[in-house]
Write a protein that binds this ligand. Sequence first.
Ligand SMILES: [Zn+2]
Length: 492
Amino acid sequence: MTRLAPFFLAAALAACAHQTSFRCEAHGGAAWSEYRSRHFVVDTDANPERAARLVDLLETLRLLDMKALVGDELEIPGRVRVVALASDFAFRDLAGNDLGGYYRLAQFGEPTIVIPISAIGNGAETLAHELSHYLSSYLFPDQPRWLNEGLAEFVQTLASRPEPLQEALTGSHMVGVSKAPRHSVGRIPENLRQWSASVSPIPMRDLLRWGGAEDRDVPGLYHASSWLLYHWLWNQRGGQLTDFQKRLMNGEAPAAAWLAAFPEYDPAHPATLTALDDELDRYRRGKGAVSYAVEGTADVSFDARPFPPAEAHMLLLSVRARWPSEPAARNSLRQDQAAEASREDPRNPLAAVYRGDPDGKPDPQALRSAAEGAPQDYRGWLLLSSAVAGAEKEAALRKAIQLNPDSARAQNELAWLLVTSDRAPEALPVANRALDLAPWNAAIVDTLAEVAARLGQCTQALQLEARAVSMRPADEGLRKRQAEVAKRCTKS
Ligand SMILES: [Zn+2]
């Protein structure tokens, strides 16, 4: 996610006090449209000119991000969805006041970026930042949080304005470039420019095991510290950083990869990390860091279609980052939106399901009629599959995949169904496809481990289980699965 600088927070809070949230087309709001380009599905209520500008920017920044990350164009399966809200207030209603944009897996695990359309203006660094999150989750499926944010902050400056702000205003004189070329990577990111040199970075021993929550006293400090670490590594330890990233790409666990690439900074010996803290402190007070330019021209063509109000309601529900804290208020928000969507389109399968009792057990008959009422919508079949068994479950999953082959969740569930009904050879290509689509997903790694175990490939099965556990160390269920596969493998 992109954190706004504290300065922007006060302004955002003040401005949105009297604004209301989302109003759909059927109730006097703007019409939504969906734009499909080579790598994106953009859903927006912004006007066609701004939407076209957004598609252009997204395709271009994706190409440049990729060049900055791996020096080349790498194909990634599927498309990423981008939800772009015409109104900044509607965006804040979803996101809260301290985010400029965010990347998340929305309902059914779909990779999704949520931004205000105003990001095509001054906020283009936010787009480059969120795109980096999306791309790096494919490149480094199991990555430490500091790398995830440090990398995103590092590459986002390729989208900064051609005439940089006065970087000396930050109080840090680290980057001595006054007129950097367009699309240059490695400058001070816009959202960190107000980070004063008087605020000390997070110590390495905490940063290396950062779980994602921001510093309470100085929001954004973990992001800033991650950037500083990445910036220093890139500039001062280029070869070792490349080695570290290669190890992550090959599926090594982050802690092992760190130790192999940077043996001089061993978290088991705190004094070595203190030395790194001192090094970084000197670095941020110094000057003359190097930035580099990336160039490229992307295919920015697209198709457009109207996006019905019922879809807009359900989409906004599925990408919402901020929910009321009271369960009752959460449920009524969900049910109200679903009920309105249902009135606008009685055949919308998601609306039909979510307007019901959130604590009630899904009724297979209701799911069946929802799926059959909108037979071209993969989500209806996927929902149905979760409530039924046997041949009906398999048929529903196959239908979902036929309609949307890019759904990692549908592929994974079919693979699991096949492997657990003694059809491991049939499950193998399906599980592989699921992992191609969502390599960061530990549940899919676990499915593939099960397939390998049942095909008699125990070494691979155990490696995969170890990787799944490394990706989600706190998940007890995965640890049990690891133990169970290990037990079966030693028996045979
Ligand atoms: Zn981020």
